[in-house]
Design a protein around this ligand. Structure first.
Ligand code: IPM
Ligand code: MG
Length: 379
């Protein structure tokens, strides 16, 4: 049984798991295609029955239906075991006066599925240490996971609006958290820490924000029920510095929605590229949402330059948390490592002496490595 209590049971047919695939915008379709490719091969090798059903989200969905999350997409996700998502957004839909924005579809999906726990592991590949702008000795031993609260805080607080009063414009967003919202994410973080290095860093801005003072108080209280775990508190500004000066000191970082968004883009620098990082968004129900942490990168969309590894590794998280297929998840992770070890790189992680490949070829290489490893294991 997973520590995250995610039910592996597909809804209708016990032998078939439906995966809703939402490619989205920009590079989303290219990177999800590679993750589906790798998942399909892995399913074959491990004897899993996966069915992939595609649906619209984000800007593409707005163009075709007027909605960023069409009802059909939401219904498909709700009857699936898991959702695999690419990315949403792009300059085409960036009009600040637009009523409907691509990002709203993603936020509505996360909220609608109750996915309050966003897990973002950062474990730089040893073959990519020199690809990072951070010194190699600083990267030694880095293995952390950010547990980002995903359905509260500034992203969802009301009021949130822009208006004109007299002669000037004004805007408001609201940062609000309830005790229940904070406790459930803290629980997830402590639970995860018990099967790792047993350290939780709770990140807040308690010297300024009331929500942070509540957060810190609840984290301190919760620590007493997890005696094997050490709790440390860190202000978010200090955390952002420690992430690049002494990242190996972290184990589990737990933080509110917006801080987690910002800190994980920063943490991706440790892994060599934003394109490397996967994520899993989980709640109490059986559905998980799996997506790379990067955006839609419209500047390179359709050019076969995007790094699909973050999405492929999100597929590994899907195998681990939703389908509870730990061996299959590890096979994908090892396949990625072996492809990197053999020197294949997309342009974002390119280093001297390596072989440049495109998005699709990277997907092919990882798929072949999954197959090869199963052959080696005598399957
Ligand atoms: C992420 C992204 C999203 C977020 C955007 C696209 C709404 O930046 O998943 O980190 O802010 O959560
Ligand atoms: Mg982000």
């Amino acid at each position: 049984m997973s520590i995250l209590d995610i039910s592996a049971l597909p809804k209708e047919n016990s032998s078939m798991a439906t995966i809703a695939v939402l490619p989205g915008d920009g590079i989303g379709p290219e990177v999800t295609a590679q993750a589906v490719k790798v998942l399909a091969v892995t399913a074959e090798v491990f004897g899993l029955q996966l069915q992939f059903d595609r649906a619209l989200i984000g800007g593409q969905a707005i163009d075709e239906t007027g909605e960023s999350l069409p009802a059909e997409t939401e219904a498909l996700c709700k009857r699936s075991a898991a959702v695999l998502l690419g990315a949403v957004g792009g300059p085409k839909w960036d009009n600040p006066d637009a009523e409907t924005r691509p990002e709203q579809g993603l936020l509505k999906l996360r909220f609608g599925l109750g996915l309050y726990a966003n897990l973002r592991p950062v474990k730089p590949s040893r073959f990519l240490r020199s690809a990072s702008v951070i010194k190699e000795e600083v990267l030694e031993g880095v293995d952390l996971i950010v547990v980002r609260e995903l359905t509260g805080g500034l992203y969802f607080g009301q009021p949130s609006r822009i208006w004109q009063s007299d002669d000037h414009w004004q805007a408001v967003d609201t940062l609000s958290y309830t005790e229940g919202e904070i406790n459930r994410i803290l629980h997830k973080a402590f639970q995860i820490a018990t099967s790792r290095k047993r350290k939780v860093t709770s990140v807040d801005k308690q010297n300024v924000l009331s929500t942070s003072r509540l957060w810190r108080r609840l984290a301190t209280q919760m620590a007493s029920s997890y005696s094997s775990v050490t709790l440390e508190h860190l202000l978010v500004d200090a955390c952002s510095m420690h992430l690049v000066t002494k990242p190996s000191t972290f184990d589990v970082i737990v933080t509110e929605n917006m801080f987690g968004d910002i800190l994980t883009d920063e943490a991706s620098v440790l892994a060599g590229s934003l394109g490397m990082l996967p994520s899993a968004s989980l709640g109490e129900g059986g559905i998980g949402l799996y997506e790379p942490i990067h955006g839609s990168a419209p500047d390179i969309a359709g050019t076969d330059k995007a790094n699909p590894i973050g999405t492929i590794l999100s597929g590994a998280m899907l195998l681990r948390y939703t389908l509870q297929q730990e061996a299959a998840a590890q096979a994908v992770e090892k396949a990625v490592e072996s492809v990197l070890e053999r020197g294949y790189r997309t342009v974002d992680i390119r280093q001297p002496g390596t072989t440049l490949v495109g998005t699709a070829e990277m997907g092919d290489l990882v798929s072949a490595a999954v197959r090869a490893s199963s052959g080696a294991a005598g399957k």
